[in-house]
Design a protein around this ligand. Structure first.
Ligand SMILES: [Zn+2]
Ligand SMILES: [Zn+2]
Length: 245
């Protein structure tokens, strides 16, 4: 059954982009209230529009200063990506939905999450030319266990909508990492350094996508591997990120 869409595309820009696709989701990703075929309800949408994030990493910040300078999360750290952006803070109902999507087979959530990513892309990266989209990979064992890579479900849709090449094969996760929360900063760097391997990406500008950006370590490990294999520039995009307040 195809949902008939009567409201204007100008009010819901994602709808225009996804107009050819079946969009069955009917609840706001952020609060769970009914929000007929829009990823966010109007309350959460206005909250979303007021959020500020660090200019360089995806962290949501309280001070306006961090929008111009680096936030406490990335200050003094060398970043292998030009910029990182996320749609929303990783908390509450959105966090539950992301975990259901990632671990409990709720793959239908790819539609609203992809719609949210598309809007975030348009807000921050519109006008930039990308050579390809690359999803954050899972290690082979983890992929077999889960049966799908939730990030790849999102990047497939995003690449189709943005009419960009989808290139999961550019980045491999050669081994799974220990839970990073248990490690200190030095140990994490070590742990991630050898976890990824890039394929030839000479001179490419890439959009690297993940579902969750917390410490930024995973994104940095992956982006560094792509830079090592020749990528010219990396822009990172994720559904959720931590906040500094
Ligand atoms: Zn809401
Ligand atoms: Zn930052």
């Amino acid at each position: 059954m195809l949902v008939v869409m009567k409201m204007s595309n100008a009010f819901y820009p994602w709808r225009k982009a996804f107009s050819g696709l079946f969009f069955p989701y009917r609840n706001c990703l952020c609060c769970g209230k009914v929000s007929v075929d829009a990823p966010l309800c109007t309350d959460c949408r206005s909250r979303w529009q007021d959020l500020r994030s660090c200019r360089y990493c995806a962290t949501f910040v309280s001070s306006t200063e961090a929008v111009e300078y680096r936030c406490q999360n990335c200050r003094g750290v060398s970043l292998p990506f030009a910029m990182a952006r996320a749609a929303l803070p990783y908390e509450g109902f959105l966090r539950e939905r992301l975990l259901a999507f990632k671990y409990y087979g709720r793959t239908g959530l790819r539609w609203p999450f992809a719609a949210l990513l598309l809007e975030t892309f348009q807000q921050f990266y519109d006008g930039l030319q990308f050579d390809a989209i690359v999803p954050m990979p899972l290690a082979a064992g983890r992929y077999q266990e889960r049966g799908y890579n939730q990030v790849e479900l999102l990047t497939e849709l995003l690449a189709a909508e943005l009419d960009l090449p989808h290139r999961p094969q550019l980045l491999r996760r050669v081994r799974e990492t220990r839970p990073l929360a248990e490690l200190n900063r030095g140990e994490r760097e070590q742990e991630l350094a050898g976890a990824f391997q890039g394929a030839a990406a000479n001179g490419m500008r890439l959009l690297l996508v993940d579902d969750i950006y917390t410490t930024g370590m995973t994104m940095r490990g992956a982006a560094q591997a792509l830079r090592n294999s020749g990528a010219r520039e990396i822009y990172a995009l994720s559904v959720a990120a931590s906040r500094d307040f």
